[in-house]
Design a protein around this ligand. Structure first.
Ligand code: PA5
Length: 431
């Protein structure tokens, strides 16, 4: 079974052979520059070969600490925003059970992604009778939301655990700079480094994601092995032989034809937070210089009964990327009912997952008929290895897609605007 397949059969009418040939040339050139480290923003291409490196020492220290946290805590609070937590949440939520806790590993809760007083108060109440560890994650070490959350939670930990607090706080940040690094040095917190050449939204396969995922009981070696396979399989500069580049080109070709919004759609609710990671990756990498595909996401069947109406019949500016996976561990049959009052006996030889797959195929055909270009991605299975592959696939595709549209995939100048306005308002109100 393939790890990931990309099916663009439903795009034939949108992209001509001539267009593809032009893109193929551009792809070759960008690929060369990325590999030589001469593309725009090349200082942040560290993620490209990271899964190919031997990281044994790092993995062992992550696993040792994860074990200790598992023994000493029932809750790990991950403090971080954007790329500093979305990858963890994406993978963790994709793999955890829908109901109840994940075995005996600590529960992962998040802070520092919002400024809600209610959220923080309730979090403080929630952890009151639980043993707590904190992993505060910020590449810059200066981002306001996690910095404020950390100030509050650090005060709580010091009050509650006294000197032991510094054993229970782990910092993941830049090697040298930033307020967080300074604090870690002063207080003696254990710390992990986010490599200089890996930006936030490309950092899930660094300690940013690896430590909390290891604490949550995920097999981080399998995650990295999947990413490694994706890295090995995406080294070809030939468009037709590089799946990540084919996806990037399909997106850009559709964008040029006026399809300005991409909907990532999946039929498994567990992928909802994977969508959030994907949205940040593509939105922050491509949405600049007054251009970029707007990344949105839908969860089916739920959204087929809400904005499904718009997708089928509304303004034609959407294209859809359906993400499905093949093998499912849990499944449920449909019982046969003698009376058959609901008329569903015709489904009694099928399982819910069979019906889900048929519904995915039906949705693809209906949306394509309705004028929505549909790209289909099929993941072999939902586990760490396959998710690692998928994460890397999207990062590589995203970099190529951003370069094809002529922007730097690794900066986020627009994020600064809200920060400076907020700061000036905060300073004014503090005077
Ligand atoms: O992709 C990025 O670089 C950003 O989205 C960051 O992840 C986010 O702003 C958090 O930054 P930091 O890790 O420096 O706190």
């Amino acid at each position: 079974m393939d790890i990931l397949t990309l099916n663009t059969n439903l795009l034939k009418q949108y992209i001509t052979h001539e267009e593809k040939a032009k893109y193929a040339e551009a792809v070759k050139e960008i690929h060369r520059k990325m590999n030589e480290g001469t593309s725009v923003g090349a200082d942040y291409l560290g993620w490209l070969n990271l899964p190919l490196k031997n990281q044994e020492t790092l993995l062992q220290s992550i696993e040792t600490l994860a074990k200790e946290i598992g023994e000493r805590a029932s809750v790990l609070i991950v403090i971080g925003v954007g790329g500093s937590y979305l990858g963890t949440k994406a993978v963790h939520d994709a793999l955890r059970p829908y109901f109840g806790k994940t075995g005996r590993t600590p529960e992962i809760v998040y802070a520092g992604q919002n400024m809600s007083g209610a959220y923080m108060q309730q979090l403080l109440r929630y952890i009151e009778d639980k043993e707590v560890f904190i992993n505060v994650i910020s590449k810059s070490g200066t981002t306001t939301e996690p910095a404020i959350a950390f100030r509050i939670l650090r005060a709580y930990m010091e009050e509650r655990y006294g000197e032991e607090a510094s054993e229970r706080i782990v910092v993941t940040t830049d090697q040298m700079k930033g307020a967080l690094k300074q604090l870690a040095n002063e207080k003696g917190y254990r710390s992990f480094v986010i490599p200089d050449d890996v930006g936030g939204r490309y950092s899930v396969l660094t300690p940013v994601g690896l430590l909390p995922l290891a604490v949550a009981g995920s097999d981080i070696r399998a995650l990295l092995a999947g990413a490694k396979r994706a890295a090995q399989e995406s080294t070809d500069d030939h468009l037709e032989r590089n799946m990540a580049y084919r996806y990037a080109v399909a997106r850009q070709a559709l964008y040029k034809k006026g399809y300005k919004i991409e909907l990532l759609a999946s039929f498994e609710p567990a992928l909802k937070n994977f969508h959030e990671w994907w949205k940040q990756l593509f939105g922050e990498s491509e949405g600049k210089a007054l251009k970029g595909i707007f990344p949105a996401a839908v969860s089916y069947s739920t959204d087929l009964h809400s904005i499904g109406q718009y997708i089928q019949d509304g303004e034609r500016m959407l294209f859809e990327t359906l993400l499905h996976f093949n093998e499912v561990t849990d499944d449920q049959g449909i019982p046969f009912d003698d009376a058959d009052r609901d008329g569903l006996n015709y489904l009694s030889t099928k399982t819910l997952n069979d019906i889900n797959r048929i519904s995915k195929n039906g949705t693809a055909l209906a949306h394509a008929d309705g004028g929505v270009p549909v790209i289909q991605l099929e993941l072999g299975k939902l586990d760490e290895f396959h998710l690692g592959y998928l994460l890397y696939f999207f990062m590589k595709a995203c970099a190529m897609s951003a370069y094809l549209s002529g922007v730097n995939p690794f900066d986020q100048p627009g994020v600064e605007a809200y920060k400076s306005k907020t700061f000036s308002l905060l300073k004014k109100s503090g005077e």
